[in-house]
Ligand binder design. Structure first.
Ligand code: SF4
Length: 250
């Protein structure tokens, strides 16, 4: 999803509450993962491509092997594609090895071997969508950018009463909220926190509402059927994002 359709505004109290909960969660329960020990945009991009449709536990050893063999984008660009795929193909979803190799070629040819630093440039790389680009922007550069993976979709959908209904419009709304909730500071911790919160507390099955810091205010908290059934998002307003590609006066 490349086009930004909406912006969102969230009521200040809900926004403060949500940000505080995610930051506290990361501080107390954040996971120590190999790709969280670096701010190298190349390494973070590698981890995000490998994590497509694959669990953290499965990816971790493959990520370590990949980075040991191809520690820099220039090392990857100089490699044979077969050598790259020998590491990545056992994960399944085999296009990923090709994407990574093509990314290295493109970064070398177009960006003189330096990783792009803007969302738009990152999204021009093979296999890089808005989520992956946002992850690199926030995890490598500490820039305010939303991340919206399956876990985050669930967390935002429950707390802000925007359950994924399979429509493109709802996905645009969720992206707008994912961007709006990111605080001006501690972007890295916040985005890691929201992903960990979705994986460990606000789980798909058996969410841990009993220990959730948001439970008193969450419409989807266990046992709160009547509130959850009310329509409309909680404390969120949307408006059309200006189309930055349109020329003034056009
Ligand atoms: S109260 Fe339950 S459903 Fe709501 S955010 Fe917390 S864990 Fe998720």
């Amino acid at each position: 999803m490349r086009h930004i359709k909406y912006r969102a505004q969230i009521a200040p109290t809900s926004l403060r509450r949500f940000r505080r909960a995610m930051l506290n969660f990361y501080r107390t329960e954040g996971r120590d993962l190999p790709w969280r020990r670096t701010r190298d945009p190349y390494a973070i991009l590698v981890s995000e491509i490998l994590l497509h449709q694959t669990t953290v536990a499965t990816v971790a050893p493959v990520y370590e092997a990949f980075m040991a063999q191809f520690p820099t984008v220039s090392a990857l660009a100089s490699a044979e594609l077969d050598a790259v795929k020998a590491i990545t193909d056992p994960l399944g979803y085999k296009i990923r090895g090709t994407w990574l190799w093509q990314i290295a070629q493109q970064v070398t040819a177009t960006h003189r071997g330096r990783m792009p630093t803007t969302l738009a440039e990152l999204m021009d790389l093979p296999g890089v969508g808005r989520y992956t680009a946002g992850a690199v922007m926030s995890f490598a550069y500490g820039r305010r950018a939303g991340v919206l993976d399956t876990n985050v979709i669930r967390v935002l959908g429950r707390f802000f009463r925007l359950p994924a209904d399979g429509t493109a419009d709802r996905l645009h709304q969720l992206w707008a909220v994912a961007e709006a909730v990111v605080p001006p500071r501690q972007v890295w911790q916040f985005n890691q926190g929201i992903m960990d919160f979705g994986a460990l507390c606000c789980r798909a099955r058996q969410p841990q509402c009993g220990r959730c810091p948001l439970a008193r205010h969450c419409p989807a908290a266990a046992g709160r059927a009547s509130l959850a059934a009310e329509g409309g998002p909680q404390d969120v307003w949307f408006w059309d994002a200006p189309d930055v590609r349109r020329r003034p006066g056009a």
